[in-house]
Design a protein. Sequence first.
Length: 199
Amino acid sequence: MKKVLLFFGLIGLACFVQAQDIKLNPPTRSGGKALMETLNERRSERTFVKKEMPVQMLSDLLWAANGFNRPDKRTAPTASNKQELELYVVLDDGAYFYDAKQNVLKLIAKENFKAALGQPNITDKAAVTIVIVADTGKTSSKFAYLDTGYISQNIYLYAASAGLGTVARASYNGAEVFKALQLKEKQEVTLVHPVGFLQ
Ligand SMILES: Cc1cc2nc3c(=O)[nH]c(=O)nc-3n(C[C@H](O)[C@H](O)[C@H](O)COP(=O)(O)O)c2cc1C
């Protein structure tokens, strides 16, 4: 009897922990504005109207940024296919890891980390801030920063296509973001990308 109770107790605990994660929708993978129109509208935006981003839009944004578009490869290229870059997501209620394979945002901590991102005039009203993080154990810093540019451009293009605003931000306090996201020794923040609504 004790074993049965323990079994169901553990299952209950596992459900509770998973309930903190955000299950993303399957990405749309089609549609959007035509490429030339999207390029024409690509720009940096720093003033946002505060709104919550619907889960489908968040799913599409993250997939466009660095999701899997083939079983083992992604929308953004990496030198020698090292896939050293992962996305972290800061929402108003906490910080999450984007598990691109499982299509889930895994909770890191429920806390408002926006102050750690710096430039509050931009980040406070952003619906979401994507933090690009490199595993420097997989490749050199040089390639990690080069590869980051492709993800950044994917975010810019998705934003232009979806009528959202975004800006690449290199002016962040690396140590504070590192701590907020509970990063490990060989991980390095390479870019911060707030995304928000323009109206
Ligand atoms: C690597 C990189 C880092 C940037 N860092 C910042 C930043 O910290 N803060 C900011 O407001 N804009 C930042 N920007 C945005 C640039 O200022 C912007 O791209 C430039 O002014 C050109 O404007 P456009 O993107 O609208 O063409 C950054 C852009 C890049 C590519």
